[in-house]
Design a protein around this ligand. Structure first.
Ligand code: SF4
Length: 237
C-alpha cells in the first residue's frame, strides 16, 4: 500500500513553526517511546533543536526502556524521563496493590503515574508537541494539528498542543520509518501497535483498532489515560 499524498500542512512545517514560536525550553516533544520517534527524526533532519521528555511510569516494558536509550544514542539527544512522586506511588501500592486497574479501572493509577508527572512538566512549558493521530482511535477522530490544551495549564497559564502527525495514517508513519531508517520499538514486531505500560498493553490482531490493545477490559470511548483528556470530554460531554 502506498502512503497518502502529503497533506496541506506537512508535519515538518508544523514542527518548525512550533519550535520557532517559543523560547528554548518552553516547548518540548512528548515522546511516548513508540513511533513518536518520527517527530524526533524530523527535528533532527531539519537541524533544529527541541527538548524531548518521556513519562516513565515505572511500568514500561523492558524493550521500551532500551528503545528510549537507542533513540538517545542515535540522535545524540537528552531525553528527560519524568517520573511520578515516589510517595504517591507508594501510597497507591500500599492501599491497593500493583494491579488495581484490572478491578476498578485505570484512572487512579494513571493519575498517579502519568497525569501528575505530566501536569508538573507542562507547568514549565508554553507548548508541547505530541504524536497523536486522528486514525488512532474513536477518541481522536477530530484531533487538530494545533489546539489550545484545555486539560492542562502551562508556565503562564495558556498551553498550546501541537499534533503534527494528526493528518497522518499508520501507513504514513511506517512508510516514513522505513524510508528514513528510523529506530522503532521492537514490540511492534510482536503484534503491539499502540504501546503503553506493560500490564495495560497487549498485541492486537490485524482487524482490531490499534488502541484496542490498551486497557482492553474497558469501554473504547473512554480509552484515554488523561494525557489527552480533552478528547474524551469531546466524545462524552
Ligand atoms: S497505563 Fe496502566 S500501569 Fe500505566 S499508569 Fe495507567 S493504569 Fe497504571
Amino acid at each position: 500500500m502506498q502512503p497518502r499524498p502529503a497533506p496541506d500542512h506537512r508535519p515538518q512545517e508544523i514542527l518548525a513553526d512550533a519550535i520557532g514560536r517559543f523560547a528554548p525550553g518552553r516547548v518540548a516533544i512528548s515522546f511516548s517511546g513508540a513511533e513518536d520517534v518520527v517527530l524526533v527524526d524530523m527535528v533532527h533532519q531539519m537541524g533544529l533543536d527541541v527538548d524531548v521528555f518521556s513519562l516513565d511510569t515505572g511500568r514500561l516494558h523492558p524493550e521500551t526502556y532500551r528503545f528510549i536509550e537507542s533513540v538517545r544514542n542515535r540522535y545524540g539527544i537528552a531525553i528527560e524521563l519524568v517520573m511520578p512522586e515516589a510517595a504517591a506511588v507508594g501510597d497507591l501500592v500500599r492501599r491497593k496493590g500493583l494491579f488495581s486497574f484490572y478491578e476498578d479501572g485505570h484512572s487512579e493509577c494513571c493519575a498517579v503515574r502519568k497525569i501528575e508527572p505530566l501536569k508538573r512538566k507542562l507547568a514549565t512549558l508554553d507548548a508541547w508537541i505530541t504524536g497523536q493521530r486522528r486514525d488512532q482511535s474513536v477518541t481522536r477522530t477530530s484531533v487538530p494539528t494545533e489546539q489550545e490544551d484545555t486539560a492542562f495549564t502551562g508556565n503562564n497559564g495558556a498551553l498550546i498542543k501541537f499534533n503534527p502527525l494528526a493528518d497522518w495514517s499508520s501507513v504514513d508513519v511506517w512508510a516514513y520509518i522505513r524510508e528514513h531508517g528510523v529506530p522503532f520499538n521492537p514490540l511492534h514486531e510482536r503484534g503491539f501497535v499502540s504501546i503503553g505500560c506493560e500490564p495495560c498493553t497487549r498485541p492486537v490482531t490485524p482487524h482490531e483498532h490499534e488502541r484496542s490493545g490498551r486497557w482492553w477490559w474497558e469501554d473504547s470511548t473512554r480509552k484515554e489515560c488523561g494525557l489527552h483528556a480533552q478528547n474524551v470530554v469531546k466524545m462524552v460531554g
